[in-house]
Design a protein around this ligand. Structure first.
Ligand code: NAD
Length: 356
């Protein structure tokens, strides 16, 4: 198959693409740098058994562009990039392969900085880090919540989601406190559980579902949550639905059944298709765009590079609420879906700004 780049449907004037091959270790990788107007391109290094080179290229082009928008909306001096390693992380991963990736990243001289992503772990990034300085999210440190951390961004992601949820509730329901607010949390994992705890501390009443019974039990026992079935969680008569598990949960089927007035959760790619933000708006449901509300993690990772002062990270994460407030106001004023406005605001923040 002929693989095109400049005429690829996902090509969006990406600044730089690198293809790396190391026969000795079997490494095949692509690095895409979408835009560096705000700073070096930071983004995850994904390892996945792509069925074809074309599939890997499509993913890296799409995901690197997404990082430009996400970092700009998070007020970070970073651009957008991503890397993909073609291979099955369970079968093909080795220290030699990760070191080879590190060597390649070093060649890029800091244009792109790799972080953990699906198929790679903090430990893998540390192995890459033997060969390059251009990896992030690997330094042991006091975590965002004061606990020792190996770089897990979940506490910051959960706090950012909590702050963003508050902004959405303020905008849509006109209330500044969460006392008695009802929230359905789908997925009680690293982020979902911590979000639920913040909500509980703020006086909210919780409904939860997870495919793991132990996670549900913990939320019931420790947070007084009510367990509901997977079929019910998105359809409950609650104030807010917080998707914190999977993507594509907001689709033609589920949106019609939502009773909540606000959707604000951490899961990536919640909209099954991009126009579903308009469908939500049409039903009077305020949607907090996922790539804005879940940016706490990347903010945390970025601060690691600047010395990591917990108070500074916290203050920065709290700007997620301000950004969402601006998006909600503009969306209402212009009668536009929140996702569209978020993209416009990101473009305002990264276009025309060049500092490298
Ligand atoms: P996680 O794997 O710790 O938690 C996800 C939870 O969802 C698990 O407990 C899992 O059992 C549950 N789950 C899976 N399928 C489900 C279903 N059908 N119904 C209900 N629950 C289901 O992951 P996480 O780190 O908490 O991340 C959650 C989401 O937030 C993901 O979409 C992730 O991409 C996104 N996100 C996470 C971070 C972060 O810092 N961890 C940052 C940005 C975005």
């Amino acid at each position: 198959m002929n693989m095109s780049v400049f005429s690829h449907p996902e090509f969006d004037n990406h600044e730089h693409l690198s293809f790396f091959s190391d026969p000795e270790t079997g490494l095949r990788a692509i690095v895409a740098v979408h835009n560096t107007n705000r700073g070096p391109a930071l983004g995850g290094c994904r390892m996945y058994p792509y069925a074809s080179d074309e599939e890997a290229l499509r993913d890296v082009l799409r995901l690197s562009k997404g990082m430009t928008y996400k970092s700009a909306l998070a007020n970070l001096d970073l651009g957008g990039g991503k890397s993909v390693i073609i291979g099955d992380p369970r079968a093909h991963k080795s220290e030699a392969l990760m070191e080879a990736m590190g060597r390649f990243l070093e060649q890029l001289g800091g244009l792109y900085i790799a972080a953990e992503d699906s198929g790679t772990s903090v430990a893998d990034l540390q192995v890459m880090g033997r060969r390059t300085r251009h990896v992030a999210g690997i330094a042991p440190r006091a975590g965002f919540d004061g606990q020792p951390s190996n770089g897990d961004p979940s506490p910051a992601t959960a706090y950012g989601t909590f702050v963003g949820l508050q902004a959405a509730v303020q905008h849509r329901l006109g209330r500044g406190d969460l006392e008695g607010l009802t929230v359905a949390v789908q997925g009680i994992g690293n982020v979902g559980y911590r979000l639920a705890r913040h909500l509980k501390e703020a006086g909210a009443k919780l409904y939860v579902h997870d495919v793991y019974a132990e996670s549900v039990e913990r939320a019931v026992d420790e947070l007084g949550a009510t367990a509901v079935s997977g079929d019910e969680i998105l359809k409950l008569d609650v104030d807010v639905v917080a998707p914190c598990a999977l993507g594509a949960v907001l689709n033609d089927d589920s949106i019609g059944k939502l009773q909540a007035k606000v959707v604000a959760g951490a899961a990536n790619n919640q909209l099954a298709q991009s126009h579903h933000d308009a469908v939500l708006a049409g039903r009077g449901i305020l949607y907090a765009p996922d790539f804005v509300i879940n940016a706490g993690g990347i903010i945390d990772v970025c601060h690691e590079r600047n010395g990591h002062d917990a108070a500074a990270v916290r203050a920065h994460v709290e700007t997620i609420g301000d950004t969402l407030g601006e998006i909600f106001a503009r969306a209402e004023h212009g009668s536009q879906p929140t996702g569209v406005i978020a993209n416009q605001l990101a473009e305002e923040r990264f276009r025309g700004k060049s500092q490298l």
